[in-house]
Design a protein around this ligand. Structure first.
Ligand code: DGL
Length: 278
């Protein structure tokens, strides 16, 4: 058994509807570099944010089964919409631990708010599910939910610092922080794409508001999970390692490579096109 004493690297599966979840992968790489990552972007079937719960659950379960077949030992559901609409179905179908983005995001928001009042922004489907509302109200935090469907296409267009995006953000956020939500002191970025416009949102959001990024808090939750699981590796030594990345996309691998590099902020190289049978 030549390798039995070497610290074991976790094999982490990350699932998203497309490239947006690479913001979560980025946060994971920063915290847990000594791991093998398998990232699945369902680019042929996105956006999930405008689809029904049944459709999203069906797509997501197929994708996480694929990740498990590739050897994923822990699954991160980077997509807010898939977490909001289908986490229970995904957990029921998976044979391994599953971490979604909503509980960690709600936990971080609850820790950050002094006024016990927060604003959550996300896709139509995420907001319509009220998954963030339930998670925050369970922590005795009041919530104003606001869907911002134009942000995803604007970010995908690369308009992260653009007057049109800024104008859209001004309209969305002034509606979100109105009336009884005027004194909310936390803004939760409840969508994979929003970390890319965080600097713009920072400028547009009221000054007293702290921004909570569910990508960051999810990476911390994964780190915690790896520490508390009695796996035979040390996270301390893990921090020094180099990650291994493999990507799967249901639409063109070339397109994923190009767009993914922008979302990840690192070269996206090893991409395999996958055709999931319906
Ligand atoms: N990944 C989705 C989310 O975080 C945004 C993109 C989509 O609608 O598919 O909600």
């Amino acid at each position: 058994m030549p390798n039995s004493r070497r610290p074991r690297r976790p094999k982490i599966g990350v699932f998203d509807s497309g490239v947006g979840g690479l913001t979560v992968l980025r946060a994971l790489l920063d915290r847990i570099p000594d791991a093998d990552y398998l990232y699945f972007g369902d680019t042929a079937r996105l956006p999930y944010g405008s689809k029904s719960a049944a459709t999203v659950a069906h797509y997501a379960v197929g994708a996480v089964r694929y990740l498990q077949d590739q050897g994923a030992e822990l699954l991160v559901i980077a997509c807010n919409t898939a977490t909001a609409l289908a986490l229970n179905e995904i957990k029921a179908a998976a044979g391994v631990e599953v971490i979604g983005v909503i509980e960690p995001g709600a936990e971080a928001a609850a820790a950050a708010t002094r006024k016990r009042k927060v604003v959550v922004i996300g896709t139509d489907a995420t907001i319509g599910s009220h998954a963030y509302r339930r998670a925050l109200e369970a922590r005795k935090v009041g919530v104003r939910e606001k869907s911002c469907p134009l942000f995803v296409p604007l970010v995908e267009e690369g308009w992260v610092e653009h007057p049109v995006t800024e104008q859209v953000a001004k309209i969305y956020l002034s509606e979100a922080f109105s009336e009884d939500a005027r004194d909310a002191d936390v803004l939760v970025l409840g969508c994979t794409h929003y970390p890319l416009i965080k600097p713009l949102l920072r400028r547009v959001a009221p000054e007293h508001v702290a921004i909570v990024d569910s990508a960051e808090s999810t990476a911390r939750a994964v780190e915690r999970q790896l520490q508390i699981e009695p796996l035979p590796y040390s996270t301390k030594s893990a921090r020094r390692g180099v990650p291994k990345l493999k990507f799967f996309a249901t639409d063109s691998a070339e397109k994923f490579r190009k767009m993914g590099t922008r979302f990840l902020g690192l070269p996206v190289e090893d991409v395999l096109h996958v055709d999931l049978k319906e």
